[in-house]
Ligand binder design. Structure first.
Ligand code: TPP
Ligand code: MG
Length: 364
């Protein structure tokens, strides 16, 4: 019997707006002006918040955090494409998307100052926004659980899970994709391939030619997109959501982007990568190209840009003032949220924690 091919796979790629801000007219999704400007505004707010946080961290006014500068397009566009009933399941580099989803502007400052209050959504909210998740790739499994529940309850909604490139080498990631595909759960997996997992370059972290092909291995529609192109991000997520709502199961999206800043403020990328590489990626960052496009389309101009920058600076200033005036944080808040309901052994740990805290305060 001759040897033969029994399967072949292709990895599609989508870019709509190139690095110079030129649109491919064939692929133009013709988004309404207010939607385009909404996406742009959130991206600008995310950048301004990120850069302010960096300054506050350097001044000792907040703790360690992972900047998202350069990666605004994917989480913002995804959140703008999502419906109110969808679930946003993030990792730790989706500041813009979280803000779109309704996270208060004071929350990132609180959270990165060590206050769990900055990671809680108001009880009454319908934001369907999960807390920041630091355990690499574990949120992929949370998303599949949510997606499976949505399907079971016959809700027309999906879970959107964000992760990095490094996350695709974790066991949790593979279990999540396998389960989602087998159960045809309505989940959109978005890997933000920012080329680095701390100091580990993408090529040393996985041998796969693309990350998108990892989704194909589990038999789900998978695509690689330009993750710095807000339009491609929006279109790819919208298509994936539509498929999920229609019972077509999960999708995997590899969004190619770049971590322009350090991994966290505790990291120094100068020790493992060149500034030439960073400069090259600065040329492709997402805000500038979207602004160029909006300007060419004559729905944006320099006066509007100046007004927006002033408005956003005031908004960020105000959030910092509010955050720094907050107080009376309860040290044992994290114990409230380990389970959905109170649990005896957790309550025991809470008591021990508070007793120790009192003793330490006494000793001090
Ligand atoms: C399970 C687990 N292992 C290790 C870490 C430490 N850690 C935090 S972020 C990170 C790298 C993640 O890289 P990637 O998935 O590419 O996301 P990025 O930080 O680039 O957004 C590591 C190893 C962790 N938080 N969780
Ligand atoms: Mg990464």
């Amino acid at each position: 019997m001759p040897r033969k091919q029994i399967a072949q796979f292709e990895v599609p790629y989508l870019q709509i707006l190139d690095a110079q801000g030129q649109i491919d007219p064939q692929l133009d999704p013709q988004l309404p002006t207010d939607e385009l400007l909404r996406i742009y505004r959130w991206m600008v707010l995310a950048r301004a918040t990120d850069q302010r946080m960096l300054k506050l961290q350097r001044q000792g006014r907040i703790g360690t955090f992972g900047p998202s500068t350069g990666q605004e397009a994917i989480s913002v566009a995804a959140a703008c494409a999502m419906g109110d009933d969808d679930w946003f399941v993030g990792a730790f580099r989706e500041l813009g998307g979280r803000l779109v989803r309704g996270e208060p502007l004071t929350s990132p400052y609180l959270f990165y100052n060590g206050y769990e209050e900055g990671n809680l959504q108001p009880e009454s909210s319908r934001q369907r926004l999960l807390p920041i998740n630091i355990i690499v790739a574990s949120q992929c499994l949370h998303a599949v659980g949510i997606g499976y529940a949505l399907k079971y309850r016959q809700e027309r909604a999906a879970a959107v899970a964000f992760m990095g490139d490094g996350a695709t080498s974790e066991g949790d990631f593979h279990e999540a994709l396998n389960f989602a595909a087998v159960w045809q759960a309505p989940v959109v997996f978005i890997s933000q391939n920012n080329q680095w997992a701390i100091s580990m370059p993408r090529e040393q972290q996985t041998r796969s030619q693309t990350l998108a092909q990892k989704g194909i291995a589990y038999e789900m529609p998978s695509i690689q997109i330009d993750g710095n192109d807000a339009l491609a991000c929006y279109v790819a997520v919208r298509e994936a959501l539509q498929r999920a709502y229609d019972g077509g199961g999960p999708t995997f999206i590899e969004a190619v982007t770049y971590r322009l800043m350090m991994h966290t403020t505790a990291d120094d990328p100068g020790r493992y990568r060149t500034s030439a590489e960073e400069d090259e990626w600065w040329q492709q960052e997402p805000l500038g190209r979207l602004r160029t496009y909006l300007t060419a389309k004559k729905i944006w101009d320099d006066d509007q840009e100046e007004a927006l920058q002033t408005e956003i600076k005031a908004e960020v200033d105000q959030a910092v003032v509010e955050f720094e005036a907050m107080g009376n944080f309860l040290p044992d808040i994290p114990f409230d949220h380990v389970y959905g309901t109170r649990h005896a052994s957790i309550e025991q740990q809470r008591r021990e924690f508070l007793t120790n805290l009192e003793q330490e305060a006494g000793d001090a």
